[in-house]
Design a protein around this ligand. Structure first.
Ligand SMILES: [Zn+2]
Length: 80
């Protein structure tokens, strides 16, 4: 059996929105250099996409610019 070569390193995360590599590794201060949002959704029974599972990552800038910034109703935000 032919051994498949991975498309990217296992710990490499790309933003599905803009395509850039997300610098998600921990910094020396033990904080994420760049955070990201992972979306996993399985469409349920009766949906046009019934049974389909979608899984992707979005970088923090894209999350705010392309998703939160386009919401018609403000999200609930709990400040840390
Ligand atoms: Zn992005």
């Amino acid at each position: 059996m032919k051994k498949l070569k991975p498309i990217f390193e296992p710990d490499e995360i790309l933003c599905n929105m803009c395509g850039k590599k997300i610098q998600h590794l921990l910094s020396k201060k033990n904080a994420f250099i760049e955070d990201y949002i992972k979306i996993v959704h399985w469409f349920g029974y009766g949906s046009p996409h019934d049974g389909d599972k979608y899984e992707f990552e979005i970088c923090e800038p894209c999350f705010f610019k392309e998703l939160v910034g386009k919401l018609q109703i403000a999200p609930t935000i709990t400040k840390g």
